[in-house]
Design a binder for this molecule. Structure first.
Ligand code: SAM
Length: 459
């Protein structure tokens, strides 16, 4: 693998010829407003729907309504503006489709396209950037339709330097379609931070015995500690300490030592340097000091609920809670405020709540809000063939575990999909922009009834 040498001070001739050339790229399209114009959007007037009398818990808010005006209202709220640590959004993808729930209820339409779509997204991103805390991050989930354009727009809004990852997620099982293309099983998550000082709890995947044995092949004589060997040098010539000889050896051409010779001496004294029979030093990395394999930018394990037999709400395009869990854990801490302004079935809100974050969710689909309330009250429902799957799990349990069986076992784990029984989420306030839908009043009555029933069961 060739490793390039960063040239951080290098400027292209075009950028330096007149002393002010910019390398930034801007996307131009009809109807593109200035950021100042976007920020004049009219803030929503929010009515509290639940609980009826008191302000319950302003930390957690579920808002029914058009998100641009709600974001504008949040931008005027000193408790929220500049305090949001994590935004995850999974907006419409410009698919030119309308979506229904598994029970055939109208959920939402995704009909904007081209420049209209892009400006719709950009308006919301401009507000989200304002709402983010300086150590906050934003993740935008899209597919191949608009991810490329959205990247260019996010570079403009958040700054190219704050781009962190383009995450590729495997969203479903291989397809057997007959089109003359490769099967399309990926979608994408664009991760930006507000600044370069952002919350980051590195995610790791736990070692499997086979993977660990492959990676850490050596055993240290005397201690038996397993280790792997890595170079003690890195690309690039340095003139300081790390470019000087160590034990009579210069770093290889075009390289420098990773540590000054004095530090390498100390590492060697501690037994952390491996010397080959030809006298080449290598650094030992010990297995017992590794928490796991750091997560990379291709995520294979989070197919959506509809593509695996786990519990779901039945809302179209609902995301896998474990995917959201990875993001919430990596980019926020307990007590932090998490925002999803396209919250759909409430996956982000549910996960954030269970991970002890505060949250705000908005959606303009009554079906989405109804689904979220049901999810909060009663949890997720097994998919159609769930019962059959359980029988299969029981049959397979007596056999040798195979990968499909392990997947099946993981996917059949109780009502929350994580083996735990459901505990209702009641600590939030529900708001709506005027006028709110009749069917939402019905959903609210159902929510009240279910919640009371739950309380009685608990007593
Ligand atoms: C892809 S779905 C989100 C699914 C969600 N991540 C989940 O796990 O259930 C997109 C959601 O955005 C909502 N939406 C679209 N345009 C909106 C707008 N202008 N304001 C508020 N919500 C909107 C839709 O109603 C839909 O529920």
């Amino acid at each position: 693998m060739a490793t390039g040498i960063p040239k951080t001070n290098w400027r292209s001739p075009a950028a330096t010829s007149n002393g002010k050339g910019s390398l930034d790229v801007f996307l131009s399209y009809d109807g593109k407003k200035s950021e100042a114009e976007i920020l004049t959007a009219m803030p929503a007037k929010l009515t509290q729907l639940w609980p009826k009398r008191r302000k319950q818990d302003m930390d957690n808010r579920l808002c029914f309504g058009e998100n641009l005006s709600i974001l504008a209202a949040l931008a005027n709220d000193v408790e929220v503006c500049g305090k949001v640590k994590l935004v995850y959004i999974d907006p419409p993808y410009a698919t030119k489709s309308v979506f229904q729930s598994r029970k055939q209820a109208e959920a939402y339409a995704d009909l904007l396209e081209g420049a209209h779509y892009l400006e719709f997204l950009r308006e919301r991103l401009v507000f989200l950037s304002k709402l983010l805390a300086d150590d906050g991050s934003i993740y935008v989930h899209l597919d191949e339709n608009m991810a490329f354009h959205a990247k260019a727009i996010m570079d403009e809004v958040f700054g190219r330097a704050n781009f962190r990852n383009w995450i590729t997620r495997k969203k479903c099982n291989p397809k057997n379609y007959t089109r003359k293309t490769y099967g399309n099983v990926a979608d994408y998550i664009l991760f930006y931070s507000k600044t370069d000082e952002y919350i980051w709890n590195r995610s790791v995947e736990l070692w499997t015995p086979i993977r660990a044995a492959k990676e850490y092949q050596y055993s240290e004589p005397g201690t038996g500690r397993r280790f792997k060997k890595v170079p003690v040098h890195a690309p690039g010539v340095r003139n300081g300490e790390t470019g000087k000889p160590w034990r009579g050896m210069l770093p290889p051409p075009g390289k420098h030592w990773q540590y000054p010779p004095s530090t390498l001496d100390k590492m060697d004294a501690r037994g952390e340097i491996y010397w080959s029979s030809t006298g080449n030093p290598r650094r030992k990395i010990y297995f017992d000091q590794s928490d796991g394999v750091p997560v990379q930018d291709i995520w294979m394990d989070f197919r959506d609920a509809h593509n695996q037999n786990i519990c779901i709400t039945g809302y179209p395009t609902e995301k896998n809670p474990l995917l959201i869990q990875r993001i919430v854990e990596a980019s926020s801490n307990e007590g932090d405020l998490v925002l999803d302004c396209f919250s759909g079935s409430g996956t982000t809100l549910d996960v954030a709540h269970r991970l002890k974050r505060r949250w705000i969710g908005t959606d303009n689909s009554a079906e989405a809000i109804k689904t979220t309330l049901t999810r909060f009250a009663t949890g997720l429902e097994p998919m159609g063939d769930f019962v059959k799957k359980l029988e299969e799990v029981e049959r397979l349990e007596s056999e040798e575990p195979t990968l499909p069986m392990l997947e099946l076992l993981q996917s059949s784990n109780g009502k929350n999909g994580n083996g735990s029984s459901h505990s209702p989420i009641c600590e939030f306030t529900l708001f709506a922009t005027e006028p709110y839908d009749d069917c939402l009043s019905h959903a609210l009555r159902e929510w009240e009834t279910t919640r009371r029933e739950q309380e009685m069961v608990a007593v």
